[in-house]
Ligand binder design. Structure first.
Ligand code: NAD
Length: 261
């Protein structure tokens, strides 16, 4: 793969949930590859710090905006802010997401709806308003974050898995509609990745890796490893790829680990 094809020089990327975790790693890599980056998050404090970090490396390459992905007006405003700051929008990474782990029999409909509203409706709104700007820009690439729980169920994950299966359906249907407009739409399926989302009180680094010992790569991912796939799909190196979903999961969905010696 050529560095030229992976380059994001001259491109404008809006990344949701970019204040931390996989979103922040994606913002750093996008800026490193030459893009101008809109860091969109509910958390302005951390978003501003990241924008300052990126601007210190390449002046004027990043802004931070407040955007709650479940809020339609925020999307209209956010896309307009991106276009006002950088003139266009070429890349949208629908990364922001939440998780609620709870047994089905204890979960309220409010909790279930909240997860669907952020993870699935929020991604839908991003595609809806992002594609409008991309049509104005003459094309673009959208990358949606699903999960290994978008491929298989897990106890306690009814709301989260439903939302992440939904993101894959949304991605494929949107790819069909938006391909003729020059917009590619793909999904990334991260496996266990070391971020705030997966933090467990009192766990050490060894505890995390031990939890995945039986799987092919036997560890969790660093957010930068997921960002590599996200920015590959965003770039021209993926110019013939749309409607796909790509696991970066260390093999956790390959099969069941051996449980008995
Ligand atoms: P994280 O919790 O570390 O960061 C998520 C970011 O999204 C935060 O900055 C948060 O403020 C922001 N956010 C949450 N709700 C928002 C909203 N309504 N509007 C705007 N911003 C909002 O999470 P992460 O681990 O970096 O996860 C990123 C994405 O990857 C999520 O969609 C998640 O479901 C998915 N994912 C993560 C893992 C993992 O193991 N970490 C695995 C599979 C999929």
């Amino acid at each position: 793969m050529s560095a030229e094809a992976l380059s994001l020089q001259g491109q404008v990327a809006l990344i949701t949930g970019a204040a931390r975790g996989i979103g922040a790693a994606s913002a750093r890599l996008a800026a490193e590859r030459g893009a101008r980056v809109v860091i969109a998050d509910r958390r302005m404090d951390e978003g501003e710090v990241l924008a300052a970090e990126l601007n210190a490396q390449r002046p004027g390459c990043a802004i931070a905006i407040t955007l709650d992905i479940g809020n339609e007006e925020d999307w209209q405003k956010g896309v307009a802010q991106a276009e006002a700051a950088f003139g266009k929008l070429d890349i949208l990474v629908n990364n922001a997401g939440i998780i609620r782990v709870q047994p089905l029999r204890e979960m309220t409909s409010e909790t279930f709806r909240k997860v669907i509203d952020v993870n699935l409706v929020g991604t839908f709104l991003g595609v809806k308003y992002g594609q409008e700007a991309m049509v104005r820009a003459g094309g673009g690439s959208i990358v949606n974050l699903s999960s290994v729980q978008g491929l298989e169920g897990r106890e306690g994950f009814t709301a989260y898995a439903s939302s992440k299966f939904g993101v894959r359906g949304l991605t494929k249907s949107a790819a069909l509609e938006l391909g003729p407009l020059g917009i590619r739409v793909n999904a990334v399926i991260p496996g266990p990745t070391k971020t705030k989302m997966t933090e467990r009180p009192g766990w050490t680094a060894e505890d995390y890796d031990r939890a995945y010992k039986g799987y092919p790569l036997g560890r969790m991912a660093d957010p930068s490893e997921v960002a590599e796939m996200i920015l590959f799909l965003a770039s021209n190196a993926a110019s013939f790829i749309t409607g796909g979903d790509f696991a970066v999961d260390g093999g956790v969905t390959t099969g069941k680990p051996r449980l008995l010696g």
